[in-house]
Write a protein that binds this ligand. Structure first.
Ligand SMILES: [Zn+2]
Ligand SMILES: [Zn+2]
Length: 102
């Protein structure tokens, strides 16, 4: 999508910040272009990927501490990550079904 002002003036799903970018719920690197997208501001977008890609619980702990606790923002992002994992599993399982039906 082109980065026009019109495309970017949409509120963040997590924090309502008015300028956002498109985030693909299923990682494009692994699942190709997909249409399940939400709008996230740059900070929430960064946080989403940071938390999702964390290597261990200690790293998640470091992020939580930097926010002074499990804030509403972090809770919402955690929920989104769980949702995105479900969406990725569904795409993965659908693809498997299609392959095994051939
Ligand atoms: Zn945000
Ligand atoms: Zn993203």
């Amino acid at each position: 999508m082109k980065l026009t002002i019109k495309n970017r003036i949409k509120p963040c799903y997590v924090c309502n910040y008015p300028i956002t970018e498109e985030h693909h719920m299923a990682e494009r690197k692994k699942f190709g272009n997909n249409k399940v997208t939400i709008r996230l501001c740059a900070n929430c977008h960064d946080l989403f990927h940071l938390i999702k890609n964390k290597k261990d619980l200690q790293e998640l702990g470091m992020i939580v501490v930097s926010f002074g606790g499990m804030t509403n923002r972090l809770i919402k992002i955690k929920e989104l990550i769980n949702e995105s994992i479900l969406i990725e599993e569904k795409i993965f399982n659908d693809a498997k079904t299609i392959r095994s039906n051939k």
